[in-house]
Design a protein around this ligand. Structure first.
Ligand code: AP5
Ligand code: ZN
Length: 216
């Protein structure tokens, strides 16, 4: 399956992408995770991306598109993938269509996660992420067994630089202006499915698998 997750910051795209990718046996490709790994590794790509990410703006399309092209060309993505955080505007969506055409394929589904903005702000202000394995926690909804330590790998948990309330508000505005038009774009192409992304993580996963036509 070749699928995309779309939804506002904090909708639970990363949380669901990790579970769905494993359920569907396809790699999760998260542009946010790839950028963050490059920022912490101090690479040239990370240096170019950092200031945009800290402000909550989109990294320029030419940088992002080339990074995705390289990732989707890797052997494990040939038979399918789940994109999290890409595309983020109509120009990226058109580039993705072109890339897939060149490979003789197309998207099977675009899954929209719907959550209201107050919930998103609560989710992002309580989020903590593992520096080592990227597992995401929430101080109230999904706390680690030991404060500040990842259950999965023992790594240190940290708060993302872009999870400050002023940056969260800006990311939401960027979502409304640049990313939300993708909902109509993909609805027109007949590949959009939408689910409510509120409730327990496992309930949302069940809705997602059913919407993708892979649930029981
Ligand atoms: P990115 O990393 O993609 O951030 P985002 O879209 O803002 O999404 P988030 O990671 O904040 O949220 P999420 O939906 O994954 O939620 P999560 O599962 O963590 O992008 C960051 C930056 O990178 C961008 O601002 C931009 O600068 C750059 N970038 C990335 N892609 C780009 C692109 N294509 N083009 C240009 N620039 C790009 O969950 C959030 C919290 O809620 C967690 O604490 C979690 O535990 C909790 N939670 C999850 N599900 C539930 C639930 N059901 N109930 C209660 N809590 C829940
Ligand atoms: Zn970890």
């Amino acid at each position: 399956m070749r699928a995309v997750l779309v939804g506002p910051p904090g909708a639970g795209k990363g949380t669901q992408a990790q579970i769905l990718a494993s359920e569907l046996s396809i790699p999760k490709v998260s542009t946010g995770d790839i950028f963050r790994a490059n920022v912490s590794g101090g690479t040239e790509l990370g240096k170019r991306a950092k200031s945009y990410m800290d402000r909550g703006d989109l990294v320029p399309d030419e940088v992002t598109n080339e990074m995705v092209r390289a990732r989707l060309g890797e052997p494990d993505a040939r038979e399918g993938f789940l994109l999290d955080g890409f595309p983020r505007n109509v120009a990226q969506a058109e580039t993705l269509d072109g890339m897939l055409k060149e490979m003789g394929s197309a998207l099977d589904a675009v899954l929209e996660l719907k959550v209201d903005e107050d919930e998103v702000v609560k989710r992002l202000s309580g989020r903590r992420s593992c520096r080592e394995c990227g597992r995401v926690y929430h101080l109230d909804y999904d706390p680690p067994a030991e404060e500040g330590v990842c259950d999965a790998c023992g790594g240190e948990l940290y708060q993302r630089d872009d999870d400050r309330e002023d940056v969260i508000r800006h990311r939401l505005q960027v979502y409304r202006e640049q990313t939300e038009p993708l909902v109509a774009f993909y609805a027109d192409k007949g590949v959009l499915v939408t689910i409510e992304a509120i409730g327990e993580v496992t309930e949302v996963t069940g809705r997602a698998l059913a919407a993708l036509g892979t649930g029981s």
